[in-house]
Design a protein around this ligand. Structure first.
Ligand code: LAC
Length: 221
């Protein structure tokens, strides 16, 4: 029987906020290329967080995101103006939430709810506010003070410290399987939102629960 959870900590990008909601603007700039660009952009954005963490060359997530965009455009042969960089950087501040997010969070309000994200505070605060979620979370925690990225264990420890809740009473929710595995390896009870029916990452720290979307979460906690 699992310990009763006191808090739920959510990943931001891909879990609450749909990073691919930029596809429409990308398609406006480069017709027909939006989906391919958005996929490669996200892939490189994440790779750069892992590579920079290993290299100990932290740069904040807003700049890493732009680096991923520049790479993806170059790889796809798309010319990218500085105005387009600015527009797409801004688009990250008003990403849409997945359709079930607000209702699911409403059903979880008996728990302490928080966000723990790679995002810089200058990105997280606006995206949370623009989605109308400001009052929902007791803490919006960024990796930024640590100058490193997930899945470094120190990052997950930030949530323990900030919430004042022991790690075995914290549930961690992420659609990024490697993030759910990192959180499991650290000691959280983990919920992987497997939106695309993907296989589990082979990291010897499989998530405790695998669900299709956040609507399934309230029945499990
Ligand atoms: C985040 C990335 C992993 O929000 O999506 O931390």
């Amino acid at each position: 029987m699992s310990v009763k959870l006191k808090a739920l900590v959510f990943d931001a990008y891909g879990t609450l906020f749909d990073v691919h909601s930029v596809v429409r603007l990308c398609d406006e700039f480069w017709p027909g290329q939006g989906t391919a660009l958005s996929q490669l952009w996200r892939t490189k954005q994440l790779e750069y967080t892992w590579q920079r963490s290993l290299m100990r060359r932290y740069k904040d997530f807003s700049d890493v995101t732009v680096d991923g965009l520049r790479y993806a455009c170059a790889a796809l042969g798309l010319s990218l103006s500085e105005l387009q960089v600015t527009r797409l950087r801004e688009a990250y501040l008003s990403l849409t939430t997945f359709p079930e997010v607000k209702e699911a969070l409403g059903k979880l309000s008996h728990l302490q709810l928080a966000i723990l994200s790679n995002g810089a505070p200058s990105m997280l605060d606006p995206v949370v506010a623009n989605a109308g979620l400001r009052g929902v979370f007791s803490a919006v925690i960024s990796v930024d003070p640590l100058n490193t990225y997930k899945p470094t264990p120190d990052v997950y420890q930030l949530a323990v410290k900030r919430l004042g809740v022991p790690k075995n009473e914290i549930g961690f929710v992420s659609s990024n399987c490697w993030d759910a595995c990192g959180a499991k390896s650290f000691g959280f009870r983990t919920f992987w939102i497997n939106r695309s029916d993907a296989p589990v990452d082979r990291l010897d720290a499989a998530p405790d629960h695998v669900i299709r979307n956040l609507a399934e979460l309230p029945d499990l906690v």
